[in-house]
Design a protein around this ligand. Structure first.
Ligand code: AMP
Length: 425
């Protein structure tokens, strides 16, 4: 029968890779706790309406990338393409925004029907960090510092920070007409994608990667030149705070981000080490979103880290990690011994926390079981045969060095194991 394969763009993370993922997730949890952020675990599926309202109708995500389906009741649901909308929905639903700020984070899978390529998948993972209810540039700076600390903890170097300000909704609207006017006067130079975006989401034309458009886009009006005093003040204060904290950055007037809800500060952390998919983390302010989803007017800011890309960076120049073999492999031969094996193993696990012990499973003779013990790469084989059962003993055979074997009285087994293997390692 033909074997079934995983869905295109959705990949397994094999056991050899999970230690890097865990190292990243542990570091993230630690850093986030250090800034007072709390974990939220929203569902993976939401009502489609949530993303239409938040991410925006004219965006690539909503137009062509969502996994949307009708449930058995005919309701339109969507596998979340991002997580900010869910965090905001949850905060409104549980009334967490009444008079106080919320610092939240979440790690989990997101789904976008994109063209799969290296660093771009249809199921990918994000660390999502959101600060709701804080209006000032100080919280934007905090998020950027938090990101920088995470890169430091992971030993990642060479991540560049780019920032921009998109101003308020009113400024964006006024700027949009100016931009459309400019782009329309260069319509014949636009590629097919940009032509389409000109009609749906003109700001996105600015971050086209097409080198043919570069000159024309560089001469386009820039939103940063049209900010009002409040937006400009906010952006200048943010830059001063970053400089005071020793964070390097570049103002990139063409940084616009692909989701509609951004207002004011936007930023991206970028690497040159991953080829075309160099954006490792992106975020910014979304001061209007809480209200658009039905909550009270609430300023907010956040970012999302693409974990596949961070893992790829962590793996550069790093030998595949050793997931750590078992300390011991317990094999029982004969009916009575097989019946006793699990209870003995449980006693050992109770007595020696951290012990990695495999109990042989399946039929077979002594030879097959020893072969399995060898393959498991355990340090010790614990052999429980008919003789050992009769004498209340157990044989311990070293699987590494000389293959030395000793027979231990059952009551002394815990002590012997504690001496022979390094359970903490
Ligand atoms: P966004 O939610 O589009 O602002 O993306 C935030 C970050 O998520 C990006 O900087 C990427 O690192 C990562 N990302 C977004 N889309 C994908 C994808 N399809 N595959 C892998 N990572 C992604």
């Amino acid at each position: 029968m033909k074997a079934i394969q995983a869905i295109r763009g959705m990949k397994d993370i094999p056991p050899a890779e999970t230690p890097v993922w865990r190292r990243l997730e542990d570091a993230a949890r630690d850093v986030l706790a250090g800034y007072g952020y709390h974990e939220l675990r929203p569902p993976i599926v939401e009502k489609t309406e949530l993303f239409r309202r938040s991410v925006g109708e004219g965006t690539d995500i909503v137009e062509k990338e969502m996994y949307t389906f009708a449930d058995r009741n005919g309701e339109s649901l969507t596998l979340r393409p991002e997580c900010t909308a869910s965090c905001v929905r949850a905060a409104i639903e549980h009334s967490w925004l009444r008079g106080r700020g919320q610092r939240l984070w979440h790690i989990g899978p997101m789904f976008r029907y994109e063209k799969p390529q290296k660093g771009r998948y249809r199921q990918f993972h994000q660390l999502d960090v959101e600060a709701l209810g804080f209006p000032g540039p100080d919280i934007d700076a905090e998020l950027i510092l938090l990101g920088a600390r995470l890169w430091g903890r992971l030993g990642l170097q060479g991540l560049r920070l780019e920032i921009n300000s998109l101003g308020s909704r009113e400024i964006q609207q006024a700027y949009r007409s100016r931009l459309v006017e400019y782009l329309s006067s260069h319509a014949e130079e636009l590629d097919e994608d940009s032509q389409r975006r000109l009609g749906t989401n003109p700001l996105r034309v600015l971050d086209s990667k097409n080198p043919r458009l570069r000159g024309m886009l560089e001469a386009a009006p820039q939103i940063i030149d049209h900010l009002d005093d409040q937006s400009r003040g906010h952006f200048e204060q943010l830059q001063a705070m970053l400089s005071a904290s020793g964070i390097g950055f570049r103002v990139n007037p063409r940084l616009v981000r692909g989701l509609d809800y951004y207002t004011g500060t936007v930023f991206e952390w970028i690497t040159d080490d991953l080829g075309a998919q160099g954006a490792v983390c992106g975020g910014g302010r979304y001061d209007g979103l809480v209200e658009e989803i039905g909550g009270p007017p609430t300023p907010a800011t956040g970012f999302a880290v693409g974990l596949e890309r961070v893992v790829a960076l962590m793996q550069i120049g790093e030998a595949p990690s050793d997931p750590g073999g078992p300390h011991a492999y317990l094999l029982a031969v004969g009916e009575a011994a097989e019946r006793a094996a699990h209870s003995l193993a449980e006693q050992l696990r109770d007595a020696l926390p951290g012990l990695r012990l495999i109990v042989d499973a399946g039929p077979g003779n002594f030879k097959r079981k020893m072969k399995s013990a060898d393959r498991s790469q355990a340090e010790l084989a614990l052999i429980l045969g008919e003789d050992e059962m009769r004498d209340q003993r157990i044989s311990c055979k070293s699987m590494r060095d000389t293959g030395s074997q000793q027979t231990v009285v059952r009551s002394e087994l815990i002590e012997t194991l504690a001496e022979r293997i390094n359970v903490g390692a």
